[in-house]
Design a binder for this molecule. Structure first.
Ligand code: FAD
Length: 263
């Protein structure tokens, strides 16, 4: 479907002259169309930015003009304008998607645009996992900034709590680290405080041992999500079930994957 003409083409031209044509996609170009069409929700996919910028480095905020911009990692947030912007500049960070595991296998460094399914696929053969998103396509950046509920959260906490360090671009273009020792206030804020403080480029997070439930959204029939809650939590659930439904009517007669008797 042809895109409606964009009134703000001047922005795209100005940015391309600073950043290079390969990093700025104009309306109607394949890169622009692919980016806009790849949002999870129709509400976001129908928004038309003046251009889409694909940063590879942290220079954009330093050199870009003062205009409104949207920031997008996985693009999974549903509401219109969450990570896209009508007539402004959309920063599409999906290209910042490196996933690098340290030699000891205890830490993963991940670009903000990496998706959780890509992360699990990388970690699975290494026998490692992390508390991450529950659905393919959700991005590392957005999920962390919102706190992040994982299938492994009952055992390992919020997704943002496994982060050890953020590499962040601030409004003045500085690239800083935020962790427990350095910029600790920013570290606190980024773990659930949303996109109010800067642009995350990269996160380092602690890994745990492989858990067979990381692929829950595409679970094999023999997997049971309840088991991912951990033995102690399962014991508590079973105790409640035994008290309120001793015959196990709801666990046995109602089909589904979240079943205690499989855990
Ligand atoms: C099908 C589906 C399943 C979901 N499952 C889960 C789930 O299991 N657990 C859970 O907790 N949530 C879940 N969510 C909600 C989801 O976590 C949030 O929508 C999350 O923000 C998506 O992250 P994203 O990177 O894909 O989103 P985006 O839409 O790209 O970004 C979300 C927000 O973060 C900002 N942002 C993104 N990247 C950056 C960055 N690098 N720096 C600064 N700001 C940035 C954006 O501007 C936007 O405001 C789900 C949503 C959907 C639609």
């Amino acid at each position: 479907m042809p895109h409606p003409p964009c009134p703000n083409n001047g922005i795209a031209i100005a940015l391309a002259s600073v950043l290079g044509d390969d990093k700025v996609a104009h309306p109607g170009s394949p890169a622009y169309q692919n980016s806009v069409a790849s949002y999870y929700s129709v509400q976001q996919a129908t928004i038309r930015p003046a251009c889409v910028v694909f940063p590879r480095t942290a220079t954009l905020t330093k050199e870009g003009p003062s205009i409104a911009f949207g920031v997008r990692s996985g693009g999974h947030t549903g509401w219109a304008g969450a990570s896209n912007i009508a007539g402004g500049v959309t920063l599409d960070l999906t290209g910042l998607n490196d996933i690098e595991v340290t030699q000891e296998g205890t830490i993963v460094r991940v670009g903000t645009g990496a998706t959780w399914d890509a992360m699990y696929q990388k970690l699975h053969p290494l026998g490692r996992t992390v508390a991450g998103g529950r659905v393919a396509g959700v991005g590392a950046g957005g999920l962390t900034l919102g706190g992040g509920i994982s299938h492994l959260s009952p055992q390992r906490g919020w997704k943002c709590d496994t982060v050890l360090n953020f590499q962040v671009v601030l409004s003045d273009g500085q690239v800083v680290n935020a962790n427990a020792d350095e910029n600790a206030d920013l570290f606190f804020a980024l773990r659930g405080g949303g996109g109010n403080f800067g642009i995350i480029e990269k996160e380092a997070r602690a890994l745990g041992a492989y858990d067979p439930f990381v692929f829950l959204s595409y679970a094999m029939p023999d997997q049971n999500p309840i088991a991912s809650y951990g033995e102690e939590n399962v014991r508590r659930l079973v105790a409640v079930r035994d008290r309120v439904d001793p015959a196990g009517m709801f666990t046995k007669q109602v089909p589904g994957r979240h079943k205690i008797h499989n855990a």
